[in-house]
Design a protein around this ligand. Structure first.
Ligand SMILES: Nc1nc2c(c(=O)[nH]1)N[C@H]1C(S)=C(S)[C@@H](COP(=O)(O)O)O[C@H]1N2
Ligand SMILES: [Mo]
Length: 303
C-alpha cells in the first residue's frame, strides 16, 4: 500500500518539496492510515486554520510529556519504548454502555478527520499542528451520556516501568484532566490518533490523546486510558499541583497573566531567532466558536 502525500494533503501546499520527500519516506516506514486520507476526500475541514503548520520535526521534537522527563526533547528521546498496542480505554461513570474499548472502536480509521489547530502552551510558546482525530462528542454519544453527567474526567496511563518520569513525584500520577460536558461535546474538541497523515508518534501522546485548541496545552491529556463521566468537577493534575497558577478552565486568555509571566504574547516555535513574538488571541483565536460556552462567567476568577 502506497500513499502519496498529496492524498493526505487536500488542496494544501504547505510543505516544500524536500519535506514532501521526507514525509514520503516517513509514511513508507510507519503504519499507514489510508482510511482517513480517503475520507478527507479533497476537502479541508471548516475547523482548520490556514496558518502554516509547524514542521513534523518541530512537532515531534519539542514536546511536553512529563511521564518521559521535563525537558522538551526528553519525550522524543524516551517515549519510543511506550507500548501503544494493544491499548484499551475504559469508558465509565455516568454512561449507558460502560466498558473497555479499543482505539479502533473509539476512533475508527474511516472516521478520522484532519484538523489543523493552533496549540498554545501555558508556557507562552505555540505551534500549528495538523491532527487526525474524531470529535470527542462522537465517542461520548456512542457510550451514551446519562442525564446526570456534567463533567468528563481523563487519565493517562500509569506505568512507571514504561514511563520513567513517573518514578519522580513531580505530579501525583497518573496525569489527570477534565472538561465540563459542554466543552467536551463541542465540535472543536477531538480525540487525536494521528498527525501529518499518519499514526501519532509516542511523544505526542500515542495512541490516543485529547486536543482542546482554545485551552492551554496542558488540558490536552496524552496517552489516555480512561474517560469517566461524572456529576462533579474532577480533580486535575496541574490545578491540584498549583491552583493559583493553573485553573480548571485554563482557557487561553491574553488578559489574564500567569503569576510568573505574561500571557499577552507567545513564541511560535519554528519562527526562527528573528521571528519575534506574536500576540496571543482570546480563546487562542477560537472565540467565535467557543465564547458562548462562558457567557456570564468571570474569566478572571474562573481562569
Ligand atoms: N499525560 C500528559 N499529557 C500532557 C502533558 C504531560 O506532561 N503528560 N503535557 C501537556 C502540555 S503542558 C502540552 S503543551 C501538550 C503538548 O503536546 P505536544 O507535545 O503534542 O505538542 O501536551 C499536554 N498533555
Ligand atoms: Mo503546556
Amino acid at each position: 500500500m502506497k500513499l502519496n502525500w498529496s492524498d493526505v494533503t487536500p488542496e494544501r501546499d504547505y510543505l516544500n518539496r524536500r519535506r514532501v520527500l521526507a514525509m514520503g519516506a516517513a509514511l513508507a516506514a510507519a503504519p499507514l492510515l489510508a482510511g482517513p486520507a480517503r475520507a478527507l476526500g479533497g476537502k479541508a475541514s471548516a475547523y482548520s486554520t490556514d496558518e502554516k503548520p509547524n514542521s513534523f520535526e518541530d512537532i515531534t521534537n519539542y514536546n511536553n510529556f512529563y511521564e518521559f522527563g521535563t525537558g522538551k526533547t526528553d519525550p522524543a528521546e524516551y517515549a519510543g519504548s511506550l507500548k501503544t498496542a494493544p491499548w484499551s480505554i475504559k469508558v465509565g461513570g455516568l454512561v449507558d454502555k460502560p466498558g473497555s474499548y479499543g482505539v479502533e472502536d473509539l476512533a475508527p480509521d474511516a472516521a478520522l478527520e484532519e484538523r489543523i489547530y493552533r496549540l498554545r502552551c501555558v508556557e507562552a510558546w505555540s505551534m500549528v499542528i495538523p491532527w487526525l482525530g474524531v470529535p470527542l462528542a462522537s465517542v461520548l454519544n456512542k457510550a451514551g451520556v446519562q442525564p446526570g453527567a456534567k463533567y468528563v474526567a481523563f487519565q493517562t496511563l500509569l506505568d512507571p516501568k514504561q514511563m520513567p518520569g513517573q518514578r519522580s513525584a513531580i505530579i501525583d500520577w497518573p496525569y489527570r484532566e477534565g472538561l465540563r460536558l459542554d466543552e467536551a461535546m463541542h465540535s472543536l474538541t477531538i480525540l487525536a490518533t494521528g498527525l501529518y497523515g499518519k499514526a501519532l508518534p509516542n511523544q505526542n501522546g500515542a495512541p490516543i490523546r485529547l486536543v482542546v485548541p482554545w485551552k492551554y496545552g496542558f488540558k490536552s491529556v496524552k496517552s489516555i486510558v480512561s474517560i469517566t463521566l461524572t456529576d462533579k468537577q474532577p480533580a486535575t493534575s496541574w490545578q491540584e499541583l498549583q491552583p493559583s497558577e493553573y485553573g480548571f478552565y485554563a482557557n487561553v486568555n491574553p488578559q489574564v497573566d500567569h503569576p510568573r509571566w505574561s500571557q499577552a504574547t507567545e513564541r511560535r516555535i519554528g519562527a526562527g531567532l528573528f521571528g519575534g513574538r506574536q500576540e496571543t488571541l482570546m480563546f487562542n483565536g477560537y472565540g467565535e466558536q467557543v465564547a458562548g460556552l462562558y457567557a456570564g462567567m468571570d474569566l478572571r476568577r474562573n481562569y
